[in-house]
Design a protein around this ligand. Structure first.
Ligand code: F6P
Length: 553
């Protein structure tokens, strides 16, 4: 199987059609019966790798489903495409780029030569510079204007230049410097910047401007706001005296843009066009993470990523966590008709993980044409969403238990907590296990009636079950585990994209809105009443806003 773009439409493949026929039979089968028929199912349909235990026995699959899915992966050349990615081939064909986030976590001393350059050596050069800077800041050796050490770090970025750092900071808060303040500004809504800085002293504040392109409107607008805010506190001559340089660092692939903004290239940490924004939290974009948790912990996180990469690269798909996760996502999405995946971490520290996964999964696989440019006749990326348990249980789980839609869920839990408080961790985990059991097996009418419920009420209390879930257990949430978890989802996204043969690494869809916003911005700024040529709805909305907003000064 070559990695060339295949022209055979996916849905005409015999392997696809076999899955469709099989799905017709499987739709009628109950998890109750699947477990009843095989007492070992709970252990048989579970795999462990890189410290993660992955139980997919409560998915609506049987051995035949897995056989057919693996066959589909084979005919779609998923393993070959994986190898091409690891070799640094330009699998992001619409942007003609390699997709090499896996190089960001290769150990020092290993080599990967791409387009004539050893990218691993470059990665470690940047990591070493980040380490030196992080050590200086964390030790207090790096002084702000006026001689005070840095106590506050404000990371400014958006999308992939924000969601990963925020998520990692929250997830690894237990490892972070508690005597330092970490804030994240992403929204062009001025409220984000104002609220993030309102109680900070500029003399003790470091801004990290994170933008792969260094052209993103939101980030540059907030970066300029940060510079004005600094000058107001440090004095207007701070720029001339070079003092402002003590308070700004940049992470970008665009050195020219960083220079033009006025950030000292010495304080610029680079990455490369082969790192997609949503795959960049382990690049220099993670500088705020390194400042928070320290270089050693950051490297432990990279080791976790790498462990999952190696597992994915070298394990046959039938025992590969990312392959199984990706294939099960295909099964639920394309054959059982589920259009979403709920991600439910039973860990408060993981509260931003679903938001992080939304960009990773949906910007990657929300595509309507194949690599060859043909419109797909099947569903691509499902909608990822979620909230930490147990909060979600008291909010949206009702629909998952008794609604009419099929919502496959990923439950994520940890065997040990960093915050033992009485028996609260047992309570938390009891809820996780109970939910997956209730979703799978439900409660039948007979069971409800046997409990003495009236005939009238009984139908309301029935839970049909057969709701598919995967449970991912790790021992403890630490930097390494976080790395393995993120890499698991990254590679699952890859597997899905490879089956659909779409480009999981471009994001052309976000461009149109950006272009239109530029035009609209001019119309909002215009002192004269602008001539509007949008549709009648947009025209009316713009006129109404112009008439009612704060008066212009
Ligand atoms: O608008 C989408 C996007 O291009 C994302 O893919 C990216 O993560 C984000 O904007 C931020 O881009 P940048 O890092 O270049 O500022």
């Amino acid at each position: 199987m070559s990695t060339e773009v295949q022209e055979t439409p996916l849905t005409t493949l015999p392997e696809w059609q076999a899955l469709e026929a099989h799905a017709t039979a499987m739709r009628a089968r109950q998890l109750r019966d699947l477990f009843g028929a095989d007492p070992t199912r709970g252990e048989r349909l579970a795999v462990e790798a890189a410290g993660l235990y992955f139980d997919y026995s409560k998915q609506r699959v049987d051995d035949e489903t897995l056989r057919l899915l693996l066959l589909l992966a084979q005919v779609r050349g998923v393993a070959e495409r994986r190898d091409a990615m690891f070799r640094g081939e330009h699998i992001n064909s619409t942007e003609d780029r390699a997709v090499l986030h896996v190089a960001l976590r290769m150990p020092k001393g290993s080599t990967l030569v791409v387009d004539g350059t050893d990218v691993v050596a470059e990665v470690h050069e940047v990591l070493d510079r980040m380490t030196a800077f992080a050590d200086q800041v964390r030790s207090g050796e790096w002084k702000g204007h006026g001689g005070k050490p840095i106590r506050n770090v404000v990371s400014i970025g958006i999308g992939g230049s924000d969601l990963g750092p925020v998520m990692a900071y929250e997830a690894l808060k237990a490892f972070s410097r508690r005597d330092m303040v970490f804030r994240f500004v992403s929204n062009v809504d001025g409220t984000d910047f104002v609220e993030a800085t309102r109680d900070l002293d500029a003399h003790e504040t470091l801004f990290i401007i994170c933008s792969k392109t260094f052209t993103t409107l939101e980030t540059l607008t907030n970066a300029h706001a940060a510079r004005r805010w600094c000058l107001e506190q440090l004095g207007q001559d701070a720029e001339k005296s070079g003092a402002i340089a003590r308070h700004f660092a940049a992470v970008s692939t665009n050195e020219k843009g960083v220079r033009e903004f006025g950030i000292d290239p010495e304080r610029m940490f680079g990455f490369w066009d082969w790192v997609g924004g949503r795959y960049s939290m382990d690049s220099a974009i993670g500088l705020s993470t390194m400042l928070a948790i320290g270089p050693e912990n950051f490297r432990a996180m990279l080791d976790g990523f790498h462990a999952m990469d190696e597992h994915f690269r070298s394990t046959p798909f039938e025992r590969s966590l990312p392959a199984l996760m990706g294939l099960i996502a295909i099964w639920n999405n394309n054959f059982l008709g589920a259009s979403t995946v709920a991600v439910l971490p039973y860990a408060e520290y993981m509260k931003r993980f679903p938001a992080y996964l939304q960009q990773l999964t949906m910007e990657s696989n929300g595509k309507h044409v194949t690599l060859a440019g043909a419109h797909v006749d099947f569903e691509t990326g499902p909608i990822y969403w979620g909230e930490p348990g147990t909060n979600g249980q008291h909010s949206f789980y009702q629909l998952i238990h008794q609604g009419t839609r099929l919502v496959p869920c990923d439950f994520i839990g940890f065997n040990r907590t960093r915050n033992p408080l009485g028996d609260q961790h047992d309570l938390l985990m009891a809820n996780l296990f109970a939910q997956t059991e209730a979703l799978a097996f439900g409660k039948t009418l007979q069971q409800v009636l046997a409990e003495g419920t009236s005939e009238a009420l009984a139908p309301h209390r029935v839970c049909e079950g057969n709701r598919p879930t995967t449970t991912i257990l790790a021992d403890v949430l630490d930097p390494r585990t976080l790395g393995t978890l993120v890499a698991l989802y990254e590679h699952s996204v890859f597997v899905q994209g490879a089956i659909w043969q779409i480009d999981s690494y471009d994001q052309w869809g976000v461009e149109l809105g950006k272009q239109l916003a530029k035009q609209t911005e001019k119309e909002l700024a215009s002192r004269e009443e602008p001539t509007l040529a949008h549709d009648s709805s947009t025209n009316a909305l713009i006129r109404r806003y112009r008439a009612r907003r704060e008066p212009r000064r």
